[in-house]
Every structure is written in structure tokens, then in C-alpha cells.
Write a protein that binds this ligand. Structure first.
Ligand code: SF4
Ligand code: SF4
Length: 402
């Protein structure tokens, strides 16, 4: 059985364009029936930098999606996300998401309260504490933004679900799973615990370069949709020029679906062990625009690092650390741009950052303890001033002893 993924042209955030494109994308993707249901709509609202910088889903798209759900018979549409570190309501107001959702007939949902979700077959995590509105809703509609991502290379429907983890608990996951592969496997568990019923992607204006916060807006003029978040992300990653099999969490999810016998026959969308998602890359049916018709001429990607190849696996630990120090990008602070808002200090899961108080004649600055840094890039992801650059090369100055 194939998973349909729709690609529909949408060149602006005008409400008429959006209404038409959303309706077409949903129909082409096989339809979606929210009649009589409480729906949780989960847009990507990473931080207050907002849609002008292509960091968050455009508020007009959130409003259009609420309108579509209500018109299709949803009894209530709850809208919310848990941003990286800023308060949810602050981000909701600054990005326009809160007003747009309410004006369209939705309800702004509180993501600070939690409920527990179990996944007995989880590989990295068997229990998640996620935003309570997910437990209150009958259906989950995932509304990601197509962006590059420094840690995971690409973010779409699956990675967007990490925003269901309330507040700074997200940092704890980074600390618990500091390696890219382990973090990707945890994201696969999370996707299976959350089980989105439908996903619609904002690719009208995407983000290229050093996403998900400091990249550049890039017009793609597309709305994409699917019932299958894995198929949707696989297609979107392919569209912008990645080999989707190199995106760690997509490869992990595909492997799990392929391994599951039930993945082949008779699956139900709400089966946590084996939802009706693709188990093979060729099980995707692209509908609407052809992939090559929609593909951008070039798209600035986050380069894929080959950390787990044959040689890395056989290196002694000291050499592995040295190679990592030289090859895996590390954060570097531009103290001229930094506003000393302390966001990075608060979110850093490894406690590698500190805000040093002003010395005589100085103004204080963020300092990093490089050996503690696990390269999760949470700091880079949330810095409102683009004051953190990711650079390769050994630590500056003598390497502190461990
Ligand atoms: S580097 Fe960015 S996040 Fe950190 S204190 Fe400075 S402005 Fe804030
Ligand atoms: S300094 Fe930045 S990249 Fe390093 S552990 Fe802290 S948040 Fe992650």
C-alpha cells in the first residue's frame, strides 16, 4: 500500500490562496475527516523571531487551517506549541499565532500542563510527558515548517513533534541523548507516542542554510500534506536536495516500519506499535505537482556529517574526541551582537554556558566551557540575535583538561 503525499502550488500567504491550496492538498492526500472531533493543531512556533525570518509557521496558515477544520466539522480546534525557552504566550503574541488562531475560531491551548504517554516498545524512551492538550484532543494535526536543522539536518513533521515536550524539559532530552543517532531514535519514539493523524507543511516560504533559527527565508511556493508524517518528511527532504536516508530520524523510523511485520499489512493509523506509515521509500505516491516540477534549483543544506562510519566506530575514545573537536561544528559567540538575554545559558542542557558579570569597564559576556558542550545546538537554535555561529576547528587556546 502506498502513502499519498500531496504537493500543491501556493505562492502567497493571502487567505484566498491558502484556503484553496489547503483544501486541494488535503483532498489530494486522501482527505481528512475531523467531524465531531476535538482537534489539536500543533504549528512550529520555535521562538518569537517569527514568520518574517521563516522561523515559525505563518499565522495566516494557522488561521486558514483552523478555518478548514471548523468548516469540516471539528467541534473545537486547540492551537499551541511549546517554544524552545521563551514563554508560550509571549511567542504566541509576537508571532501573531495566538491572535490568528483565536480570530479564526480556535482556542489557544496551554502547553505547560502535562499528561503521560506510554510507548512500551520505545527504543530510547518508553514514557513521555507531553503537553496535556494532546490527551484532551481526539485528533492531532501537525503543522510543521520546512526548514534545515543544524542537529538533525532537516525539520518537518516528525521533528515538529518535539514541541509537544513542555518547556525546558526539551533540554533534558538533549542531555540524555547527546549523540545524534540516539537523539534521532528518541524522536522516532516520540513520533510513535504522539501519532499525528494528519500533517500539513508550510513550504510557501521555507528556511535554508543554518536552520532552524538562523537560516534564510527561501520561497518555495508550496503546501505539502499527508496522513503519513514519515512519507511527508521523506518527500520534503528529497525535494530540497537531501538523500532522505541520511536524515537520522527518517532513516530510523523507516527501518522500524520496515522491521514491523504489521507494517506491511492491515495497519491502523492509531496503532502505536505500527502505524500506517511507509516501510519502504518507494511506497510514497506523490500527487499534485511532480517532485521535479516543484524542486528548487538549489537549496542551501546543512552538510551531513559522517560520524558513525567504519573508522569512527573503531577509533579509540581519545582520538574520537579529538576528531569530533576538529570536525563537528561548535558554537562560537559574537559578543558584539549578544544582548546578554541569557536564553542560551538557560537552555543549555550541559550547563556549558555562563553569563559572566561585568568587570570594571566591561559589560559582561557569555562564556562557554567547551569540553562540557555536547553540540546539541540548542543555544544556536534559540538565540534571538544570531549571535552564535557554528564553526569547525579545534578549541581556541589550550584545551582544558577533562
Ligand atoms: S548569545 Fe544569544 S541567546 Fe545567548 S545571551 Fe547572547 S543574545 Fe541571548
Ligand atoms: S553550548 Fe550550546 S551546543 Fe553546547 S551543549 Fe550548550 S546549548 Fe548545546
Amino acid at each position: 500500500m502506498k502513502s499519498p503525499v500531496s504537493l500543491v502550488r501556493c505562492t502567497s500567504y493571502d487567505s484566498e490562496d491558502l484556503d484553496r491550496s489547503i483544501a486541494a492538498a488535503i483532498e489530494l492526500a486522501g482527505g481528512f475527516d475531523p467531524r465531531g472531533a476535538i482537534v489539536l493543531l500543533k504549528p512550529n512556533l520555535l521562538n518569537a523571531n517569527g514568520h518574517e525570518r521563516a522561523v515559525t509557521v505563518h499565522p495566516a496558515l494557522i488561521a486558514a487551517m483552523v478555518r478548514w477544520l471548523k468548516a469540516a466539522g471539528a467541534t473545537r480546534v486547540l492551537v499551541g506549541d511549546s517554544p524552545g525557552w521563551q514563554p508560550q504566550d509571549f511567542v504566541g503574541r509576537k508571532t501573531g499565532a495566538m491572535d490568528a488562531a483565536i480570530a479564526a475560531g480556535g482556542e489557544w491551548a496551554d502547553f505547560s500542563a502535562e499528561a503521560e504517554f506510554e510507548l512500551p516498545t520505545g527504543k530510547m524512551a518508553r514514557r513521555f510527558r507531553l503537553a496535556r492538550p494532546l490527551a484532551e484532543a481526539d485528533l492531532l494535526v501537525d503543522l510543521p515548517k520546512l526548514k534545515t536543522h543544524q542537529l538533525m539536518y532537516f525539520t518537518g513533521a516528525v521533528k515538529n513533534l518535539f514541541g509537544l515536550v513542555p518547556g525546558l524539559q526539551k533540554s533534558a532530552f538533549h542531555l540524555r541523548f547527546p549523540e545524534r543517532g540516539a537523539f534521532a531514535a528518541m524522536l522516532a519514539d516520540l513520533a510513535l507516542a504522539a501519532l499525528p493523524d494528519f500533517s500539513l507543511m508550510d513550504a510557501v516560504v521555507a528556511m535554508e542554510g543554518p536552520g532552524p533559527n538562523n537560516g534564510k527565508p527561501r520561497e518555495l511556493g508550496l503546501i505539502m500534506a499527508s496522513r503519513d508524517p514519515l512519507a511527508l518528511d521523506w518527500t520534503a527532504a528529497d525535494l530540497i536536495g537531501y538523500d532522505p536516508a541520511t536524515i537520522p530520524y527518517l532513516a530510523e523510523l523507516l527501518k522500524r516500519m520496515a522491521e514491523s511485520e504489521a507494517a506491511r499489512e492491515g495497519r491502523s493509523a492509531k496503532d502505536r506499535q505500527s502505524p500506517a506509515w511507509i516501510g519502504r521509500a518507494d511506497a510514497i505516491e506523490v500527487r499534485g505537482l511532480a517532485l521535479d516540477e516543484a524542486r528548487p534549483a538549489s537549496f542551501a543544506l546543512v552538510p551531513i556529517l559522517k560520524e558513525n562510519d567504519f573508522f569512527h566506530a573503531r577509533m579509540p575514545a581519545w582520538l574520537h574526541r579529538l576528531v569530533r573537536d576538529c570536525t563537528v561544528p561548535r558554537p562560537r559567540f559574537d559578543h558584539g551582537k549578544c544582548l546578554r538575554c541569557s536564553g542560551c545559558v538557560r537552555i543549555c542542557p550541559a550547563k556549558a554556558l555562563s553569563l559572566v558579570p561585568p568587570r570594571e569597564g566591561g559589560s559582561g559576556r557569555v562564556e562557554i566551557d567547551y569540553p562540557k558542550c555536547i553540540r546539541c545546538y540548542c543555544c544556536h537554535e534559540i538565540c534571538p540575535e544570531d549571535a552564535i555561529e557554528l564553526v569547525r576547528g579545534p578549541f581556541p587556546g589550550p584545551r582544558p583538561s577533562r
